[in-house]
Ligand binder design. Structure first.
Ligand code: ZN
Length: 81
């Protein structure tokens, strides 16, 4: 997918995976299942493509402005340590 090296460890070995991404903006959140990422096979650093992040941001604001509806709402417990 890319030829550049990991910023953290210098490895050129990446795995493509899908993760659940938590977007936050001014105390509001959007959970994004199946977000495609690249993960360094050596040190585990996660890389997001600019395109994916832009898309997530767009969806967040579309949902906030009620031009799009989310797939579902979750109730999430919060507890500080
Ligand atoms: Zn690495």
């Amino acid at each position: 997918m890319r030829d550049i090296k990991c910023n953290t460890c210098g490895s050129a070995d990446y795995e493509e995976r899908r993760i659940t991404y938590l977007y936050s903006h001014q105390g509001q959140y959007l959970i994004v299942p199946n977000t495609p990422v690249e993960i360094c096979s050596d040190c585990g650093t996660v890389y997001y493509s600019a395109e994916v992040l832009k898309n997530i941001e767009r969806q967040f604001f579309a949902i906030r402005n009620h031009t799009e509806t989310p797939d579902q709402y979750l109730q999430v417990p919060v507890k500080s340590l």
